[in-house]
Design a binder for this molecule. Structure first.
Ligand code: CA
Ligand code: CA
Length: 81
């Protein structure tokens, strides 16, 4: 943990921290990436009510660097959008 991470807490930082906890919780295999099946579990928990096709489209949109999984930065960028 470096000093740059030690920023004053704002509402945004609180949101990011909470989102980070969700991300970690649903990252079942603890590789710090959200794969498609983990993403499905996350949205099921949010009661998003999305079809499989909608989930696949959503996943592709969030995975902006196209590496087949969602990193926290991608997840956060999508969440705050
Ligand atoms: Ca994972
Ligand atoms: Ca990605």
């Amino acid at each position: 943990m470096n000093q740059a991470m030690d920023l004053p807490l704002s509402d945004n930082a609180d949101d990011r921290t909470r989102l980070r906890e969700d991300f970690t919780h649903f990252d079942r295999n603890h590789d710090d990436r959200m794969e498609f099946d983990e993403f499905v579990q996350f949205l099921a928990a949010q009661d998003a009510g999305m079809s499989r096709q909608e989930l696949e489209i959503g996943f592709d949109e969030i995975d902006t660097d196209r590496d087949g999984s969602i990193g926290f930065d991608e997840f956060h960028a999508w969440w705050i959008d």
